[in-house]
Design a protein around this ligand. Structure first.
Ligand code: PEP
Ligand code: MG
Length: 672
């Protein structure tokens, strides 16, 4: 028998992928192999047991081998554990505001010499309230206005039901049959998983990891044991799924914890087949309808047949949550944070919603539906009339040129942005590239995406934001600590500077894509001059490495998001250090007002038009003007008709928004 202690150097420890690779390697040897962490021990040939052991990078463990090939096994496994990138190669390259303080807003517009515009805007607002009159007579529920537009139609209730087995136990002579039924259901579920991820373009990596867990003794082995001991196949599958998910949830590693959902998902899919039932799925929407849900993740949305979502109503979510941003990007009217119980959604057969005002009508009368049909037709012709602005570069009547750019999260939105006449990309949220998957994209993949984006818009500028995760945006593949205040925590550039292994591939990809000629790089969550300088140093190191490797690159313009009070208050100190500012009003409002941007209960307090936020924006514009750099707004306020004159009056010279708002913004600016 051999025993060796070792300090684990594998990046982030033995979480899902490295544990799977380590177990695979261990299985090549006939000797018994065990890993000890403190007093707990796991079979080195079981990926699931290894994951549940929770071995982290820099943990000391003990490897015990017993058998004829023990020394070979120990040598190979020690080598694996001492390599930071072990197990990685295969995969881990592996609104409500406005009403109360109108005086403050009007003052600022007046101060900027745009009083006339203020009047026009106020009139437009009144008209939209009058137009609402017909619907006002019918009772509605009010939530957060998350994506404007009107919609009505049949309800599609997306509330996956809890599954229950019809019986708990079986007779001894049924065991064989139940085992066979489980085998068939299991194989079908894995095959379906395979197809599902294939259509998402994330095939091998994800399916392999999930299949490993599903096929482990801890899942399929445990279900079979339970059936053999007299359990019904569906009851056994659900029970084992819950127990295993609970074991994963108890781990302190975020990435491992998130595997609990995968286990539940697999157990659910197998059980549905055993019960002969279909699951509700947004991928199978066959006709246009209004989706009603308690919550929707970015992944649910990515899998959905978006063309058939006419409107979206959710109990959770807020105006600046990612769900709202995705709904706006696709031009889907949405009301989130709706204060109703799930039963209310379940009972609805038809729904009407006004995404600009945040109203939802359950089972609307025929009168209201007719009213909506008329207003939607008017809206459509208003939008059609806007198409004359597609090629317009808007100029205010006092001669100011304002760039109207698009906020994008993926390459699939390029066509919509070009179609809407976006004059460039003011914000490309790279985190969506990191989120819609289970492992980090490598440098080459990122380079491919950034350069395609730049080419699609050339010569118009494309602002690519470096990874902004943390807060409400965790990313699989990066282990985030448990934080009491994640929005005040390890997010954006703070995380990136601590993780050059994550940041450098992105910076290298950006330097390479800058060769196209129109790429600008933007840093999120900047607090301090020192952070900008540290990024510059890292960029210089990346550039030097690329030139030593003979890889072509170019220096992009470098700018920052101004979204913390610290950055706004010291904008005069930061401006000389960068090429441009872009004000992130979503976060700036949250931090200036001390109001959580995703808390629907605080929606009334979350006000970008509050004088405090407007003063901060004014300071940033003044600093930008003095330093002769451009200043954009890329938060959601940039698209709000009543905010556009205010922002321009304060000195903003670019507005960036979801493609569906671009034409209207061009019209508003042209008429100022
Ligand atoms: C913002 O904070 O305004 C912004 C544009 O960034 P995000 O919404 O992605 O945090
Ligand atoms: Mg932000």
């Amino acid at each position: 028998m051999l025993e060796t202690a070792i300090v684990v150097k594998v990046n982030e420890g033995l979480h899902a992928r490295p544990a799977t690779q380590f177990a695979k390697l261990a299985k090549e040897f006939s000797c018994s192999l065990q890993v000890f962490r403190g007093t707990t021990c796991a079979d080195a040939k079981s990926a699931v047991k290894l994951m549940l052991l929770g071995v982290k990078q820099d943990d000391q463990i003990l490897l015990r081998a017993d058998g004829s090939d023990e020394s070979d096994a120990v040598r190979r496994l020690l080598q694996f554990l001492s390599e930071p990138t072990a197990g990685v190669a295969l995969a881990r390259h592996d609104g409500n505001g406005g009403s109360g303080e109108q005086a403050g807003v009007t003052e600022l517009i007046k101060a900027a010499g745009l009083a006339e515009a203020a009047q026009t805007q106020q009139q437009e607002q009144k008209q939209s309230l009058v137009a609402e009159g017909a619907a006002a007579s019918e009772p509605s529920v009010r939530g957060v206005a998350a994506s404007e537009g009107l919609a009505y139609g049949e309800a599609f209730v997306y509330l996956p039901e809890a599954l229950r087995a019809a019986r708990q136990f079986i007779e001894p002579d049924e065991v064989e049959g139940e085992l066979a039924r489980f085998g068939v259901a299991f194989r079908e579920a894995i095959a379906a998983l395979d197809t599902q991820f294939e259509t998402m373009g994330q095939h091998g990596d994800i399916v392999e990891a999930l299949t490993d867990v599903a096929q482990s003794d801890e899942f399929s082995g445990a279900v079979k044991d339970r059936i053999t001991s007299g359990w019904d196949a569906a009851a056994a599958t659900l029970q084992v799924g819950e127990e295993l998910a609970a074991a994963f949830l108890a781990m302190d590693d975020e990435y491992v914890r998130s595997r609990a959902d995968d286990i539940r998902g697999i157990a659910r899919q197998v059980t549905l087949r055993l019960l002969g039932r279909d699951d509700v799925s947004l991928a199978s929407l066959t006709q246009p309808c209004i989706v009603l849900a308690s919550d929707l993740s970015a992944l649910d949305f990515a899998r959905a047949c978006v063309a058939n979502i006419k409107g979206l109503v959710c109990i959770k979510g807020s105006a600046t949550s990612h769900l709202a941003i995705m709904a706006r990007a696709h031009g889907i009217p949405a009301v989130l944070g709706l204060p109703v119980p799930e039963e209310r959604l379940r009972e609805a057969t038809a729904v009407a919603l006004d995404g600009a005002q945040g109203h939802v009508w359950f089972d609307p009368s025929s009168g209201l539906r007719a009213d909506f049909a008329e207003r939607i037709a008017q809206d459509r012709s208003r939008r059609a009339a806007l198409s004359v602005y597609r090629d317009v570069a808007p100029v205010t009547r006092d001669g100011r040129h304002i760039e109207i750019a698009a906020n994008l999260g993926s390459l699939t939105e390029i066509d919509a942005a070009l179609e809407a006449g976006a004059m460039g990309v003011g914000l490309f949220r790279t985190e969506l590239l990191f989120m819609d998957r289970r492992s980090l994209p490598d440098e080459d993949e990122q380079y491919g995406v950034y350069s395609q984006l730049a080419q699609a818009f050339y010569p118009r500028p494309v602002v690519i934001r470096t990874l902004d995760v943390g807060g409400d945006k965790p990313v699989p593949g990066i282990v985030f600590p448990q934080e009491d205040n994640p929005f005040l925590g390890w997010r954006g550039v703070r995380m990136c500077l601590d993780r050059p292994d994550v940041f450098k591939p992105q910076l290298r990809a950006l330097l390479r894509a800058a060769v196209v000629g129109n790429v600008r790089v933007m840093l999120p969550m900047i607090d301090d001059l020192d952070e900008i300088r540290r990024v510059k140093t890292l960029l210089a190191i990346c550039a030097q490495e690329l030139s030593q490797e003979g890889v072509t690159y170019a220096q992009p313009k470098l700018g920052i998001m101004v979204e913390t009070p610290a950055a706004a208050l010291t904008a005069d100190l930061l401006a000389p250090e960068v090429d441009f500012f872009s004000i992130g009003t979503n976060d700036l409002t949250q931090y200036v007002m001390a109001v959580d941007r995703v808390n629907p209960n605080l929606a009334a307090l979350y006000r970008t038009d509050h004088p405090a936020v407007l003063r901060a924006i004014g300071m940033v514009c003044e600093a930008a003007k003095k330093a002769n750099i451009s200043v954009a707004v890329c938060g959601e306020a940039a698209a709000r008709p009543e905010m556009i004159p205010v922002l321009i009056g304060l000195g903003v010279n670019e507005l960036s928004m979801s493609p569906s708002s671009v034409l209207r913004a061009k019209k508003i600016v042209s008429e100022l």
